[in-house]
Design a protein around this ligand. Structure first.
Ligand code: GDP
Length: 846
């Protein structure tokens, strides 16, 4: 504004050039380094004589000027002079005003700057104070943590738990985690804190030393903190770390015991990580992390032991309540029966003896004497045990599974089923190795024996010789003035059977066998199998109480609800009392012979117990697998290099077959080789079988059963051999050959494919046709086929047709659909699997 005025003035001045004035230029400077030149006029002569009236109104200067000029100047009119003077005055006034304004603005700026600086300083002070406070807090907390860690370390050391080193690290390490963000945080915080002089310092530093590098820059920053007081920066960083750490904890499943509800956490013998988190009401990830910090790598689905769980629970600040998993079994009533509750029960008899001495014949003969079934003309069916009623009305229960292995395996599983053992010895033979074994078994079990001297109808029968021979094995029969009852019988002719039954009744009376029929049932599994139509079926011998339809029970690792009870006559019954054998339907899995059945109050408990037992068995199997390998290593390392072992795992369709195979296998051994059955069971070959077999380098034998898909895959991966058989003799031959090193991976059958039945059609003239999809390999018309239902072989034969669309074809590839019909077999169902195999005659190497 003033500039414009100036230039206006200048224009006017220029306009006065005719007035005899002297002009000069003066440089005028303004604030902010601006300047401009101003024209100054000097008048040489007074031109005008002042009018009397003007002197008073004009300024002193003007009056003097006019006086000085006098009448000398005649060039300019008075009015003109006056106008110019005024203009000059106005210009001066504006200039002064402008300077004043600028001064004022400058002052305002200064004041503003001061205010800002003050503000900044105040803020820095506040921050420094906050930092100091946080640091103090953090230090206190660190100390507390250290103490906590120490305490835990001591505790853990006492418990012989995991190494402590990692624990200590765990306390320290979280502080390191927020470090990277702090790197960024530092400069950001210090920059606004530094006023102008500090910034200068930094610039000087940098400028003076050139590229000073990170350290130098840090030093530069440090000066800021120095301004805030000693160690200000450290305080701030540490505090930041702690603060971030605290925030992290708050956000992500905190470790902070103070903010928590302390819970009583039940810790069983073993617990899944996710379940532990659940019981503590903590996040699973936090628990997994805590485990990791203790050096335990476990996923949420892994199971940890009670000691580890306890450590974690304490770490989270909860209270540990140790419970034993076995407590779940408490629900099984162990109430002792009083004498008043007890009633007499039938004895349970097992027949033992050497092979071919007539055990089966004797069992059959006794069964035929059963007056009840005889009268009713009932068809007896094999369920593993049967009960007869003698002419005198006494009930006797016979176990229909002869053999020492069954007897011993039952005992090993905690089922002492047998009350009386009948030792069969053929009169025309003599005491044989298995007779001696039977004697040992009976004695070990503390079960009384009755000797049945069989085949007395035979010409060479010499009962006396048998009696004498028995003496050598401390079996002193009555005739030799001992207390062991003995009877001469002929199973074939039926002689002496009455006397035998009489003796059994007598012996039973001596035993005073009693049970309480009015309580929840408990019993033992005599036989179990996976029935293709009925699912898992178990023959249970009720030992105490009464088993009723609808009862919920646990049996070994399985549980179930009694859907139906079938007695030895094949009739459906509603209940079974003590010493009654029944087939039980409604199981959720196949138990094993010797498993104990217990009725429990509800399904939840049944499930719980079964899960607990399964876990226990799994652990046991894993341990057994490891032990086997160790045993073998030891065995190999030891001097008896001459005797080698061939371990095998056997799975069969029914318990009977499994037992028979195990027995046959045990017979194979000689001085040099032994076959060792690591595990035998009923049902499909599963992954756990594969694991067990792999641990010992054992082949898996499938007798009329197949491996399920995961097991097959796993076996393929591990290069493990699975052999399938449907004839025991083949199996025995092969194992014999393998055991004596004669058979090296001889392949009898090659599986070339699997097909799944999607639909079953009825076609006139052809019969039932299966609409299939080949799921693996190929289906070949010429190949052999097996029908599998639930991985159990139910038919083996050949194909009548193999059709692709309408055409008869030789081969169908994997993924394609086809129609198949079996030669002479119609029982095919949707969901069944057809196994296609080819047989190859491989020459036996000697
Ligand atoms: P296991 O192996 O002990 O079960 O014996 P078995 O019951 O299978 O009998 C073996 C063989 O002995 C069979 O051929 C029977 O027919 C025969 N046998 C069994 N008991 C008698 C008997 O009392 N008299 C005669 N003569 N033969 C018998």
């Amino acid at each position: 504004m003033s500039d414009n005025k100036g230039s206006d003035g200048k224009g006017r001045t220029v306009g006065t050039r005719g007035g005899g004035t002297e002009t000069s230029r003066v440089r005028q400077s303004f604030s902010h380094g601006r300047s401009k030149s101003v024209v100054v006029e000097k008048k040489r002569k007074r031109v005008v004589v002042p009018k009397p009236g003007t002197a008073a109104t004009g300024g002193g200067n003007a009056a003097q000027v006019r006086a000085a000029q006098g009448g000398a100047s005649k060039g300019l009119a008075d009015s003109e002079i006056e106008r110019r003077r005024r203009a000059l005055m106005a210009a001066k006034a504006t200039e002064a005003e402008r300077v004043a304004k600028e001064k004022e603005a400058e002052e305002r700026r200064k004041a503003e700057m001061d205010r800002l600086r003050e503000e900044k300083e105040a803020k820095e002070r506040a921050e420094a104070e906050e930092a100091a406070r946080l640091k103090a807090e953090a230090e206190a907390k660190a100390m507390q943590e250290a103490e906590e860690a120490k305490r835990k370390a001591d505790d853990a050391a006492r418990q012989k738990a995991k190494p402590r080193g990692k624990k200590d690290e765990a306390v320290v390490s979280p502080a390191d985690i927020p470090a990277p963000p702090n790197e960024n945080e530092g400069p950001r915080r210090s920059a606004p804190g530094g006023g102008a002089p500090k910034r200068d310092d930094r610039r000087d530093d940098r400028g003076g030393k050139g590229r000073a590098g990170g350290d130098k820059r840090r030093q530069g920053k440090l000066t800021i903190n120095q301004a805030l007081g000693e160690g200000g920066r450290q305080k701030s960083l540490a505090a930041m770390r702690r603060r971030q750490e605290r925030q992290q904890r708050k956000g992500g499943g905190s470790n902070e015991p103070r903010e928590k509800i302390v819970r009583d956490v039940q810790v069983p013998d073993a617990i899944m990580v996710s379940e532990l988190a659940n019981r503590m009401a903590e996040r699973v990830a936090a628990v997994v992390k805590a485990l990791m910090q203790n050096g335990i790598m476990a996923t949420q689905n892994q199971t940890i032991d009670a000691d580890t769980a306890e450590l974690i629970v304490e770490e989270f600040g909860h209270k540990v309540v140790r419970v034993s998993d076995a407590d779940v079994e408490d629900v099984i009533t162990t109430v002792e029966d009083t004498d008043d509750d007890l009633e007499g029960r039938a004895p349970v008899i097992t027949i033992m003896g050497h092979v071919d001495h007539g055990k089966t014949s004797l069992l059959d003969a006794i069964r035929k004497t059963n007056v009840v079934s005889g009268e009713a003309g009932g068809i007896t069916q094999h369920i593993g045990a049967y009960q007869i009623t003698t002419e005198e009305g006494a009930k006797l229960t016979f176990l229909d599974t002869p053999g020492h292995a069954a007897f011993t395996s039952m005992r090993a599983r905690g089922a002492q089923v047998t009350d009386i053992v009948i030792l069969v010895v053929a009169a025309d033979d003599s005491v044989m190795p298995q007779t001696i074994e039977a004697i040992s078994h009976a004695k070990a079990a503390g079960v009384p024996m009755i000797v049945a001297i069989n085949k007395i109808d035979r010409p060479g029968a010499d009962p006396q010789k048998v009696r004498t021979q028995l003496l050598q094995h401390e079996v002193i029969v009555e005739e030799m003035s001992g207390d062991v009852l003995d009877v001469e019988v002929s199973a074939v002719e039926g002689t002496g059977l009455d006397k035998l039954l009489e003796n059994i009744t007598l012996q039973a009376e001596l035993l005073e066998l009693k049970a309480n029929p009015d309580r929840e049932a408990s019993g033992a599994v005599i036989e179990a199998q996976l029935d293709t139509g009925r699912g898992p079926v178990a023959t249970v011998l009720v030992q105490n109480g009464t088993l009723k339809r609808g009862d919920i029970f646990v049996v070994g690792e399985q549980w179930g609800k009694v859907r139906a009870l079938i007695n030895d006559q094949g009739e459906r019954v509603d209940e079974a009392g003590p010493s009654v054998p029944v087939e039980v339907l409604g199981l959720n899995g196949t138990p094993e012979a010797g498993d104990v059945l217990n009725v429990v109050p509800d399904e939840g408990r049944a499930r719980e117990i079964s899960e607990y037992r399964q876990q226990l068995a799994k652990d046991k199997r894993a341990a057994a697998g490891a032990a086997t390998t160790l045993d073998q290593l030891l065995a190999k390392a030891k001097a008896d290099e001459d005797v080698s072992e061939l371990p095998i795992v056997v799975k069969a369709d029914v318990q009977g077959s499994a037992e028979a195979i195990v027995q046959a296998m045990e017979k194979i051994g000689n001085e040099e080789v032994r076959v060792r059955v690591l595990h035998s069971g009923v049902g499909a070959i599963t992954e756990s079988d594969v694991t067990l077999a792999e641990a010992s380098g054992a082949p898996i034998i499938g007798f009329n059963v197949r491996a399920n898909a995961p097991a097959r895959e796993s076996a393929n991966q591990k290069g493990l051999e699975i052999r399938y058989y449907s004839i025991i003799y083949d199996l025995v031959d092969d194992i014999k050959a393998a055991a004596s090193g004669l058979l090296s991976a001889e392949v009898r059958e090659t599986f070339i494919g699997y097909a799944e039945i999607k639909e079953v059609f009825k076609v006139s003239n052809v019969g039932k046709v299966a609409g299939c999809v080949v799921t693996e390999g190929v289906a070949r018309r010429s190949a052999g086929v097996r029908l599998l239902r639930d991985n159990v072989v139910i038919h083996e034969g050949t194909l009548k047709t193999l059709k692709r669309f309408k055409d008869e074809v030789k081969e169908v590839q994997s993924g394609q659909e086809c129609g198949m019909a079996f030669e002479n077999y119609e029982d095919i169902r949707q969901g069944d699997v057809i196994e296609i195999f080819e047989t190859e005659e491989v020459e036996r190497t000697l």
